[in-house]
Ligand binder design. Structure first.
Ligand SMILES: Cc1ncc(C[n+]2csc(CCOP(=O)(O)OP(=O)(O)O)c2C)c(N)n1
Ligand SMILES: [Mg+2]
Length: 683
């Protein structure tokens, strides 16, 4: 009998897994196939038993296969056979008792097939938490070596991070294990899907034979992911798997959304079936533009109307040059959505800013005072900000988006860059710049108003967030990537971070989830290791996903987290105030975040005084690794939407009245004092 030492593994199909004692920092697995006298060895839990062992047998073969470079110190069997092996990085044959070791072939399982296809599709990493039904996938990732497993602390982070990576680099992947693991993915997947991010989400599940029995951790992935995916299927046979995987990737890439692939744990370790169909992903970019007749109709409208405003969404992002040319020909101001800001604002003499809840009045005015509004590549969701009196034309690559936000006079399907390239040849240049100049002048005035809070930096522990954002704007790299939390951070970044043509800004702009910025920064840091990553976080947001600060530390991601610590759910506080409701349950009792960062192994610092903002941020931005910079901001900072509704002001006044009556006059005074400039403008 040959008996392996204690750390032996378990029998697994035709292979045997052994956990060995090795010298490197790392613990992993070996697959060993032992063939003795032409017979496979039979493993029991921790020993190998072979009948009729002939001590001097020379027909003893062993295949060692390491999944990553490892140093093996010692491997021993109880008959005294010992071998030493160094740095095994690929299948390697070695000797036991002078026995020659010959080649053996290990067949690949479904998890290997998954990993190979992901590698071929250009996916570099899987953000996930391992566990039960995902373990063979995890093992296959390590075996392959060309793709990384990014071990996050919460699967929601995995989904947000992959969404961010996909928005920056095109395609990304996350995974959640059976039941609660993949349920955690959902919020981030909603965000990715609604941000048009091509994400493959692997949802591993309970074993196939348990389906429909109310088994431990059972979920119904079809119901669960239906609303946040463009493809949602489950492979229950090995033959289905390669076809569904290819289809999932093809859907994610071309429908620009989340594809969910359900993968029962028992399937992950079955021998892979040879794919009957292609496993390659086809990335196409057809030329799509309106027909010639439609373009002539559009040109007619634009030539015959005098005051035209152009409004750009993210779908117009790669047409910067054409849009500027168009504005020059039409003498049009250019407004844009938040998502399009980084792509449209820079080098743009026609810009009048962004509109929407977080926007500024000049964009709103330009869109309302024109005769014709031209919407380019936008699905901007807030109808109250759309004008109703003037003509509206919309062009979008997705025809299903046409007309769902505004009353259109004309709706056309096309890629913005391709469409404008032809349209420009059909337009007559306008001479009259009166409308354009008036809008640009107003924009200039609005920009000056926005500087009020930049110049007035606030007080100790009540630093104006506007000032902080404007300093970050100056300190950040030309190609920095910003991630912004839902909440007031969104407002400060929208108003004070300028586009350069190379900067990017990610947020939860359609789904509107809190706690997005730090997880997205993780994805951005992996996707763009050579660029500066700055996360604008709210204290409510960061607290929600705090554990994943450790992911940042674990992978030493040089993310700079700027925490706007207003000790409250600020945006909700504002919502309640303008609705005339007292701001109950919005206060936050926070830890000392700098100490917390240090305890986690990250550079952490708190800024209490406005005079320290610039120098401290500068120092923190120069840290090699991650940094958490907590800024004690003014809890009463308000952001007025571009067009204050009378009802809102009435609500706000009513709220103030209620606060006075309930004896909170001191708070009323504080709010007025903090916002005297805004209030002076709007009251
Ligand atoms: C997951 C989630 N829960 C609740 C909300 C509602 N909500 C929107 S903003 C906000 C407050 C955010 O607070 P914080 O992160 O501290 O940012 P602040 O507005 O104070 O800057 C809340 C509760 C949300 N959008 N998402
Ligand atoms: Mg807050």
């Amino acid at each position: 009998m040959i008996q392996f030492p204690k750390k032996t593994g378990f029998f697994k199909s035709s292979n045997i897994e052994l956990t060995l004692e090795w010298g490197a920092l790392f613990h992993g697995c070996f697959v060993v196939e032992l063939i003795f006298d032409s017979r496979k060895l039979i493993f029991t839990k921790d020993k190998v038993e072979i009948d009729d062992v002939k001590k001097d047998s020379s027909d003893f073969r062993i295949l060692l296969k390491a999944f990553m470079p490892l140093k093996v110190n010692r491997f021993e069997v109880n008959n005294g056979a010992i071998f030493y092996a160094d740095n095994i990085s690929k299948p390697k044959y070695t000797h036991i008792n002078n026995t020659s070791i010959k080649s053996s072939h290990m067949s690949k399982n479904v998890s290997d097939q998954l990993v190979e296809t992901l590698v071929e599709a250009g996916i570099k990493r899987i953000y996930a938490v391992t566990g039960d039904s995902l373990n063979y996938v995890n093992e296959a990732v390590h075996r392959n070596g060309k793709i990384k497993w990014i071990h996050v602390r919460n699967e929601e982070t995995a989904a947000f991070a992959s969404g961010a990576e996909a928005q920056l680099n095109g395609l990304a992947c996350c995974a959640g294990s059976s039941g609660p693991g993949h349920v955690h993915l959902i919020n981030g997947l909603y965000d990715a899907h609604r941000s048009s991010a091509s994400v493959l989400a692997i949802a591993s599940t309970i074993p196939t034979k348990e389906f429909g029995t109310g088994y431990f951790q059972e979920t119904n992935i079809f119901k669960l992911f239906d609303d946040c995916s463009c493809y949602n299927q489950m492979a229950t046979t090995t033959e289905q798997f390669p076809r569904m995987l290819q289809a999932a990737l093809q859907n994610a890439v071309h429908k620009k959304g989340v594809a969910v692939l359900g993968l029962p744990g028992d399937i992950t370790n079955l021998p892979a079936a040879v794919a009957e169909t292609t496993t390659t992903i086809f990335r196409n970019k057809p030329v799509i533009r309106p027909s010639n007749d439609e373009l002539l109709q559009l040109a007619d409208l634009l030539n015959s109307n005098q005051k035209i405003t152009v409004f750009c969404g993210l779908g117009a992002a790669d047409a910067h040059q054409e849009i500027i040319q168009l504005a020059c020909v039409l003498k049009s101001p250019i407004a844009y959505s938040y998502k399009a800001k980084m792509a449209i604002q820079y080098d743009n003499p026609y810009e009048v800013g962004l509109t929407g809840l977080l926007g500024i009045p000049s964009a709103y005015q330009s869109m309302h005072e024109c005769d014709l509004l031209l919407l380019l590549g936008t699905d901007f969701p807030y109808t109250p900000f759309m004008p109703v009196q003037n003509k509206i034309v919309q062009i979008d690559i997705k025809p299903e988006n046409l007309g769902r936000r505004a009353k259109l006079d004309l709706g056309l399907c096309g890629d913005i860059k391709e469409t404008l390239a032809v349209l420009l040849t059909l337009l007559n240049e306008k001479e009259d710049t009166t409308f354009l100049n008036r809008q640009l002048e107003f924009h200039k005035k609005v920009e000056q108003n926005l500087l009020y809070y930049v110049n007035d930096r606030g007080e100790s522990n009540a630093i104006h967030p506007e000032y902080v954002a404007s300093v970050i704007n100056e300190l950040a790299d030309r190609d920095a990537i910003f991630t912004v939390d839902t909440g007031m951070c969104c407002v400060w970044a929208a108003r004070y971070i300028d586009g350069t043509g190379e900067r990017k800004m990610l947020g939860s702009f359609n789904h509107g989830s809190m706690a997005n910025a730090m997880p997205q920064a993780i994805g951005a840091a992996f996707a763009r290791p050579d660029q500066q990553i700055i996360a604008f976080c709210g204290d409510g947001g960061l607290s929600m996903m705090l554990g994943d600060l450790m992911t940042i530390v674990q992978y030493n991601l040089p993310v700079k987290i700027v925490l706007f610590n207003n000790r409250s759910l600020g945006m909700v506080k504002l919502e309640m105030e303008v609705s005339g409701i007292p701001d109950i349950e919005t206060d936050m009792l926070n830890p000392d975040f700098a100490k917390l960062a240090e305890a986690m192994g990250m550079y952490g610092i708190t800024i209490n005084d406005p005079t320290d903002v610039r120098s401290t941020l500068e120092k923190a931005f120069h840290q090699d690794g991650p940094a958490l910079i907590t800024i004690q901001t003014d809890p009463n900072a308000l952001a007025m939407p571009p067009e204050i509704e009378f009802d809102q002001m009435k609500g706000f006044a009513f709220y103030m009245g209620k606060m006075m009556l309930s004896g909170r006059a001191d708070e009323v005074l504080k709010i007025i004092k903090s916002n005297y400039k805004h209030l002076g403008e709007v009251v």
